[in-house]
Design a protein around this ligand. Structure first.
Ligand code: A3P
Length: 345
């Protein structure tokens, strides 16, 4: 009899223990353990000098749980009202450069509890049809966020599209602008690789990179080729500088983001006046992918899609040399304007 009671008691304890562990795991996953495991630091004046601009503790803790569900459309109107959630216009925009590592940067910044990313590229400012729909259309495309969080959007086409600086200026002349760059020749090859993949998928023929990047008549670099033009960073930046002072831009080193992401992210946190909350814990190197991946908490981690980090085709070394020589003076100008020097050849 006593033995039977002991067995029953042990079974009950086992069930209770499993329930407790299960609930704990659920909480960690749902509410975002990252914010709970790491002490929340005081965050006075993060977006300006005023103390009232603090992010409520609740906002940080709920970001990974509730917002995720709201984005999926599971929230009732009452929940949204209760939590003061609104789609907000971006306070910072990642304007490019295409193939610079824009997706990786956005996803990594989104690790920060005060940052909310617009998952899709909205293409509001570079697409006339979208732009004609008006700013309210744009705002409604943004994810729900707490009033003191900052929304970040990325559409890399903004950087190279003529009309965009003026249009963004009209929306918010003091907006913060992020640009991620990579060594220009590598970026151009990456750009080519992406287009090539699309053509191959559609069974279309396509020229070799060498043929597109070098004008066969002059044997000079073909500046009409879009992948080359996009890599002349200074030309595009100069257009932006007609509207925004250089202080409103932050340049991210896309090559360093691949090999050593944390210091680059810390510089962005500083630029956005955010407290440093992204840590080495949030980033781990995945040898299979050959890239850093993201760790939100002990349960959730993710790597970028396979379309990020493609294998580039081999390119004739003489073409690479020619391109590097071509980009060199533009790069020098870019360093001079931005005050950030890169070890590009
Ligand atoms: P490649 O595919 O040429 O390697 P974008 O998001 O602007 O299209 O940039 C894509 C590039 O992001 C990739 O170019 C890749 O090198 C780079 N990248 C940087 N960090 C990455 C990461 N953690 N995972 C995957 N790709 C990353």
């Amino acid at each position: 009899m006593l033995f039977k009671q002991q067995v029953l008691l042990r079974q009950k304890l086992l069930v209770l223990g499993s329930l407790a562990i299960g609930s704990l795991l659920y909480l960690v996953a749902r509410v975002g353990s990252l914010d709970r495991l790491q002490p929340l630091c005081p965050i006075d004046g993060r977006f300006g000098p005023h103390g009232q601009e603090e992010i409520p503790l609740r906002a940080l803790q709920f970001k990974r749980g509730l917002l995720h569900e709201f984005r999926k459309g599971n929230a009732t109107k009452e929940q949204i009202r209760l939590h003061n959630l609104v789609p907000q216009l971006p306070k910072a925009i990642l304007i490019g450069v295409r193939k610079g590592g824009t997706r990786a940067l956005l996803e990594m910044l989104n690790l920060h509890p005060a940052v909310v990313k617009a998952s899709q590229e909205i293409h509001f400012f570079d697409n006339d049809e979208n732009y004609a729909k008006g700013i309210e259309w744009y705002r409604k495309k943004m994810p729900f966020s707490y009033p003191h969080q900052i929304t970040i959007e990325k559409s890399p086409a903004y950087f190279i599209t003529e009309e965009v600086p003026e249009r963004i200026y009209k929306m918010n002349s003091s907006i913060k602008l992020l640009i991620i760059v990579r060594e220009p020749t590598t970026r151009a090859i990456s750009d080519y690789t992406q287009v090539l993949e699309g053509k191959e998928r559609k069974n279309k023929t396509y020229y070799k990179f060498e043929k597109l990047a070098i004008d066969p008549n002059t044997c000079e670099v073909n500046t009409k080729y879009k992948a080359v033009r996009t890599s002349i960073y200074t030309k595009h930046l100069e257009r932006w500088l007609k509207y925004f002072p250089i202080e409103q831009f932050h340049i991210v080193d896309g090559d360093r983001l691949i090999t050593e992401p944390l210091p680059e992210l810390q510089l962005v946190e500083k630029f956005l006046n955010l407290p440093p909350r992204i840590s080495q814990y949030n980033l781990y190197f995945n040898a299979t992918r050959g890239f850093y991946c993201l760790r939100f908490n002990i349960v959730f981690n993710k790597c970028l899609a396979g379309s990020k980090g493609r294998i580039h085709p081999e390119v004739d070394t003489s073409v690479i040399t020619k391109l590097r020589k071509f980009f060199h003076p533009f790069n020098q100008k870019f360093y001079q304007i931005t005050g950030r020097t890169f070890n590009w050849p």
